[in-house]
Design a protein around this ligand. Structure first.
Ligand code: TYD
Ligand code: MG
Length: 423
């Protein structure tokens, strides 16, 4: 049961915010006003936002607790304030003293960011009117409550009603608004997926708490593409932009170890090289273990079955562990071929050549299927100094070598084994 606020009946003739009347007319006669954008000073954040922060837009930033949402938001505040842009940081979870300590660590305490500890959405809305900042950060939306509802803060009704109030106010006054939300383990923004349709942009901040690399991705953006991702690294002085994600993800790759394969995957529209690691070892269990980190377990089970059936690789009495190094999560079928190569390499105890990059989708009969953007993956492999790419044959046709990096097409798994000397 979700509590709903009963709205005051609107007096006749008064329009809701955002709705504008007038007669229908051809779309070409509407003036194409370019919405006002402002660079935040964090280049990677701007890229994911679609080229800067749009005035009056509302951005929801979701992510697991402790992933660095507050840090990112405070850094963006500092970067904006440094340009003389007035910004307000509403702390609902932490005391101003705690935020000050973090600001010191980030080196932005002296930039003039305004801070207030507040959990009443109505008070935050009034503060926006009074202080007229260009941008406001609400950390987090789950701590806000409004007097319009009687239910407890954090309930779905409260979160939705508070967000709706702030969205209306932000639109009316042209203030850009960042709402920070915690994601539960199930991947929902603490129940209120409902917020996603209220806001203009939804960003997810992901990563594995044990690693320093973080990926910021847009899953909805009314003002830009959802294909952009940014990679950050969490360090002593906060989040640093990672200009070369491939090099960062491959930094600790072991040389000459069986079970390690380099995959060219797409993060948004950007090709990134990552290492897929497999460990295949004799199992003492009746039901051998299948453990995957960063890959879909169902997909991996399918690939293991294909290896067993088509390549006669005995895996039914083996434990299989798979991991994407660096804490990245991959759900692209293009990862299949690299997963198969890593598993086969570990099972055979033979390392793959260390100058080869692999990608392609694998079908149930062991055929290798084409995937998108083969050329940009090949370019990225060449840029990172790899000499060979093993990819679907249908992609390789008509693909010329880039800077001496060859494209070797394979149409089925036996050809993959051949190409990688695993046969
Ligand atoms: P935080 O932004 O508080 O996460 P969230 O708001 O998403 O819950 O960041 C939490 C972690 O980041 C914390 O474990 C400490 C780490 N951190 C650094 O490593 N370096 C830094 O400069 C800062 C500010 C935080
Ligand atoms: Mg936080």
């Amino acid at each position: 049961m979700v509590e709903e606020a009963v709205p005051e009946p609107r007096p006749r003739g008064v329009r809701a915010v955002g709705a504008v009347g007038g007669a229908p007319r051809p779309i070409a006669s509407v003036a194409a006003g370019e919405s006002l954008r402002r660079g935040t000073g964090l280049g990677e954040l701007d890229r994911v936002l679609g080229g800067g922060l749009v005035q009056g837009s509302v951005v929801l930033v979701g992510g697991d607790p402790g992933i660095g949402k507050s840090t990112l938001a405070l850094q963006a505040c500092g970067a904006l304030a440094r340009q003389g842009v007035p910004v307000l940081y509403v702390a609902g979870e932490e005391s101003p003293e705690q935020v000050r300590m973090r600001a010191d660590r980030l080196g932005i305490a002296e930039t003039g960011v305004l801070i207030v500890a507040e959990t009443s959405a109505d008070a935050v809305a009034d503060l926006i009117e009074q202080t007229r900042p260009a941008a406001v950060v609400v950390d987090s939306i789950q701590t806000l409550h409004t007097a319009a509802l009687a239910s407890a803060p954090g309930s779905v009704g409260q979160v939705r009603e508070s967000a709706a109030l702030l969205v209306t106010r932000a639109k009316a006054s042209g203030v850009a608004c960042f709402l920070i939300g915690h994601v539960t383990k199930e991947g929902t923004l603490a129940g209120p997926r409902v917020l996603e349709h209220l806001v203009d942009t939804v960003l997810y901040f992901e990563g594995d708490g044990a690693h320093a690399l973080r990926v910021l991705r847009a899953v909805k953006n009314r003002f830009g593409s959802t294909n952009e991702v940014a990679v950050f690294e969490m360090g002593e002085g906060g989040l640093a932009e990672v200009p070369n994600p491939s090099a960062a993800f491959l930094a600790e790759r072991p040389a000459g170890a069986p079970g390690s394969a380099v995959l060219a995957t797409l993060e948004g529209s950007r090709p990134v090289l990552v290492e897929i690691q497999a460990l295949v070892s004799r199992s003492g269990l009746a039901m051998p273990r299948r453990t995957t980190i960063g890959l879909d377990p169902g997909r991996v089970a399918l690939l293991l079955a294909v290896l067993e059936k088509r390549m006669r690789m005995p895996l039914h009495d083996q434990d299989v562990f798979l991991n994407v190094a660096g804490g990245l999560r991959i759900d692209e079928p293009a990862a299949d071929l690299a997963v198969v190569a890593a598993v086969a390499s570990s099972a055979r105890g033979r390392p793959l050549a260390d100058d080869v990059v692999i990608w392609g989708e694998v079908g149930l009969t062991g055929e290798v299927r084409a995937v998108g953007r083969a050329e940009s993956r090949l370019r990225e492999a060449a840029r990172q100094g790899f000499r060979r790419c093993v990819l679907p044959a249908s992609n390789a046709r008509g693909l010329a070598a880039v800077d001496g990096t060859r494209a070797e097409g394979v149409a089925a798994l036996d050809q993959l084994f051949e190409a990688l000397a695993l046969a």
